[in-house]
Design a protein around this ligand. Structure first.
Ligand code: 13P
Length: 260
């Protein structure tokens, strides 16, 4: 049975823009992205601008339930406590977030996040009602050593272990090969499709064929308007997680359009 999965395109703004530019970008996207679009757009600004961006896209008017939503780039796995500088899932929900990016390669490499950390965060996000966007992806040396499958399999099984089967429908997986992030070197549609199919196969063993068939698996790493169409044509690529190109409304909307 062919399952039609709703496409999703998320913008990971990382540590970029200021308040004014964040609001301007969000307003520009909000005015141009039709509610009737079949693609859900998620904006993930720095935490300090989440509420300003939420106001700009009309979260207060109930628009967050629409095709334009707010997400965060990270969160802590515990609900509260003495964790200076951290933010909990419920706080993100409180600020209007529906999504949270977890286990991004920058978090894994620069802040030593392990699969166990990502697993704990995924469970906490789900418990708070957030949709986690769980990132996996191999380093260049791992791909060159033909270890991509092994690395991605370890990240998927580790990051998603112990989830009840039904919860798999509430997560999004992002395949972001580290060598493609911010480098302008996008994976070929075939390379991406291969890994997406591998991930879906792993999800089948961790949940069921029916459930795994419903999980959105998005691609990230140098996605631009001019390569998005080819990526979108692949059967297991259900959207994109966009860094650099999400900072320009025109480019970001161009990518979203490719998944329409
Ligand atoms: P780029 O689109 O800039 O390569 O970044 C991808 C990314 O890391 C999104 O999370």
């Amino acid at each position: 049975m062919l399952i039609k999965r709703e496409k999703i395109v998320a913008g990971n703004w990382k540590m970029n823009l200021d308040r004014q530019k964040s609001i301007a970008l969000a307003e520009s996207i909000a005015t141009q992205h039709a509610d009737a679009s079949s693609v859900t757009i998620v904006l993930c600004p720095p935490n300090v601008y989440i509420e300003a961006v939420g106001a700009a896209i009309g979260i207060a008017q109930g628009k967050n339930a629409s095709r334009l939503a707010l997400g965060a780039q990270n969160m802590h796995e515990l609900a509260n406590g003495a964790f200076t500088g951290e933010v909990a899932a419920a706080m993100l929900v409180d600020c209007g977030c529906r999504y949270v990016i977890l286990g991004h390669s920058e978090r894994r490499t620069l802040y030593a996040e392990t699969n166990a950390t990502v697993n704990a965060k995924t469970k906490a996000a789900l418990a708070a009602g957030l949709t986690p966007i769980v990132c996996v992806g191999e380093l260049l040396e791992e791909r060159e050593a033909a270890r991509t499958d092994e690395v991605v399999a370890r990240q998927i099984t580790g990051s998603l272990s112990g989830l009840p089967a039904a919860d798999f429908t509430r997560i999004i997986v992002a395949y972001e090969p580290v060598w493609a992030i911010g480098t302008g070197r996008v994976a070929t549609p075939q390379q991406a499709q291969e890994v997406h199919a591998l991930i879906r196969g792993l999800l089948v063993t961790m949940s069921s064929a029916d459930i795994a068939g419903q999980v959105r698996i998005v691609y990230g790493g140098s996605v631009k308007p001019d390569n998005a169409n080819d990526l979108a044509s692949q059967p297991d690529i259900d959207g994109a997680l966009v860094g650099g190109a999400s900072l320009k409304a025109e480019d970001f909307l161009g990518i979203a359009k490719a998944f329409q």
